[in-house]
Design a protein around this ligand. Structure first.
Ligand code: HMG
Ligand code: MG
Length: 299
């Protein structure tokens, strides 16, 4: 299969990237981050998470972020909504799009959202119905598609079962999360092949974390299969609070450098993105985990 001509990046730095930060990140910093990402050409920015502040304190300012961010024409500002309570709040705050998040692992589902996989799907159904009535699109996430911090190996059949349920429920796109970054390229391909038997490739996204340094290799593998939607976070920020040791998402700068080299269009200004990565890591006192970002900053 040939590479896609263009790829849509879903920038998750302001959500996945910041949700696990031990020190509070100010709402003002989040506004500036989101604005800079839009200026760099990102057209899909996950801005907040309407989850319990007791579970994820770093996302407690979700209302302020969603209502106060400076909107740019043509940019989708989305938010995570695990249940109806989260959805109603996100709708009130003007989220353009929302996302429900399930898992291919029972143990991870319990730790992350406090219910079983089948209970989570039951909870998501009314979220999708209500969002549809409000004409707001819903994205679906499946976590632990290439391994689970509690269960270890995850069968591709389990991933495809959950992905299919989300798709059939009405998610316009399903993002496949290697939450703990343990995947390797052939494994990623096999998992994707299983999922793509039930869901068209153009309705799937790759959401890879770089914990074991495999994210770019895994992305190359799934790009070859035809994946054209990639989730990433500027400077490789991030980690999941319910997946110990999980480091950040693959860095957006590294993904753009790879895509540029393959001649795949993304519409993103790499220098502006790299400057954003330098700025946010300096602002929150974190190392820049984008190799490309570090190299560009050193020029
Ligand atoms: P629960 O305790 O089962 O829910 O949590 P509950 O309905 O019994 O409510 C308990 C309390 O939470 C109540 O408050 C509710 O009002 C409140 P209290 O009466 O104790 O004061 N509550 C809420 N507050 C704000 N917004 C809401 C909400 N819902 C209930 N939406 C729940 C269930 C899902 C809420 C909880 O488990 C939770 O918030 N989990 C968040 C987990 C999370 O955010 N994880 C990180 C994101 S997922 C991820 O990073 C993976 C991804 O990147 C893909 C990948 O990498 O694989 C997407
Ligand atoms: Mg993630």
């Amino acid at each position: 299969m040939a590479f896609p001509q263009s790829v849509r990046l879903v920038e998750v730095g302001a959500r996945d990237g910041l949700q696990n930060e031990p020190e509070p990140v100010s709402t003002e910093t989040k506004f500036e981050l989101i604005d800079r990402l839009g200026a760099a050409g990102l057209r899909h920015i996950e801005a907040a998470s309407f989850v319990s502040p007791k579970w994820v304190p770093q996302m407690a300012d979700h209302r302020e972020v969603m209502t106060g961010l400076k909107r740019r024409e043509g940019v989708v500002y989305s938010a995570l909504t695990p249940n109806l309570k989260g959805l109603e709040a996100a709708l009130e705050c003007g989220a353009d799009e929302v996302a429900v998040f399930g898992a291919a692992s029972e143990a991870f589902s319990q730790k992350n959202i406090n219910c079983s996989v089948s209970e989570s799907l039951e909870r998501f159904a009314p979220v999708l119905e209500r969002a549809k009535a409000a004409k707001v699109r819903v994205r679906g996430y499946v976590s632990c598609v290439l391994g689970c911090p509690y269960e270890g190996e995850i069968a591709p059949a389990k991933v495809s079962e959950v992905a299919k349920a989300l798709y059939e429920m009405g998610c316009y796109e399903v993002s496949l999360g290697d939450t703990i970054g343990t995947g390797t390229p052939l494994k990623a391909k096999r998992m994707l092949e299983a999922v793509a038997r039930d869901i068209p490739m153009e309705k799937l996204g790759a959401h890879f974390h770089d914990t074991y340094g495999q994210a770019l290799a895994n992305l190359y593998a799934v790009l070859e299969e035809g994946i054209a939607v990639i989730d990433s976070s500027v400077a490789g920020l991030g980690g999941c609070p319910y997946a110990k040791g999980a480091s950040g998402n693959v860095a957006s700068e590294d993904v753009i450098y790879l895509l540029n080299g393959l001649g795949i269009d993304s519409g993103i200004d790499l220098d502006a993105l790299a400057a954003t990565g330098t700025w946010i890591t300096q602002t929150i006192g974190r190392p820049n985990r984008s190799k490309v970002g570090v190299a560009i900053a050193a020029q």
